[in-house]
Design a protein around this ligand. Structure first.
Ligand code: ZN
Length: 250
């Protein structure tokens, strides 16, 4: 069984009330830490990474408004790439969520909100949908984001890129894109010529981090005997109670 097969299975059992459901993370050491991109929605603050049954130290968490990827070489894609190259992320998950306000706020409302903040329409780009990567379906947005990341020349072909949706009310996960199916698929973007135009040389950020000595190579040392295998990490689902929403979530 692979990591996300175990995560989704444990989540589904937990949602059905199985108190023994959990992920034996020790069995998936080669697949952790994982890298996740989620929305900025505050309801996710306590939901992640508990619903996945993964400990915080194994969860590299990137967030932006709407968990949007705008291109195979976008800023967020670059961060995902560095999360793997510098921080050792083994698998990537784009995790959308139900009732996403970025999805359910139309362009007219968006313009009104900006105007209320003193940002007049004339100061905004003409095509707000394209500029902010706005979307009409949380599911399609996740699929599109996975496609961009999967096709990125910055993401290794052996790194699975999954797409999931999480129900913010129940914690139930839906596996929208199984990243194991596309493993080994070469990047479809035509990257090399564009890389020099759009951004820094591929090797530069990694070299900078290495020069900064963020994570020096460990010195040889006496290895203590391994501890007993830990208990499985159970998925943590949201408590069933009246939803209290922040004003901007209403
Ligand atoms: Zn959202």
């Amino acid at each position: 069984m692979k990591l996300f097969e175990a995560i989704v299975e444990a989540n589904q059992r937990a949602v059905k009330g199985d108190a023994r459901a959990g992920v034996h993370v020790a069995e998936f050491a080669a697949s952790l830490p994982m890298v996740a991109l989620t929305c900025i929605d505050v309801r996710l603050n306590k939901l992640m990474p508990g619903v996945l049954g993964v400990a915080e130290e194994q969860f590299i968490w990137l967030r932006n408004a709407g968990n949007i990827i705008t291109s195979p070489l976008s800023s967020t894609t670059r961060s995902l790439a560095l999360a793997c190259a510098v921080k050792g992320g083994k698998e990537i998950a784009i995790i959308g969520h139900s009732d996403c306000k970025v999805c359910h706020t139309n362009v007219g409302e968006m313009v009104d909100r900006f105007r209320a903040l003193g940002v007049e329409r004339a100061r905004l780009p003409d095509n707000l949908v394209e500029y902010f990567g706005l979307f009409a379906s949380e599911r399609q947005n996740v699929i599109k984001a996975v496609d961009f990341v999967r096709s990125s020349p910055l993401i290794g072909a052996k790194v699975p890129v999954h797409g999931l949706l999480v129900d913010v009310a129940t914690g139930k996960l839906e596996w929208v894109v199984n990243g194991y199916h596309a493993l080994g698929t070469p990047a479809t973007a035509q990257p090399v010529a564009r890389l020099n135009v759009d951004g820094p040389q591929l090797t530069k950020p990694v070299q900078v981090a290495a020069e900064a000595g963020e994570e020096p190579a460990p010195k040889p040392r006496i290895v203590p005997p391994p501890p007993p295998p830990p208990a499985p990490v159970p998925p943590v689902l949201p408590k069933r109670r009246a939803q209290t929403r922040a004003p901007w979530e209403r």
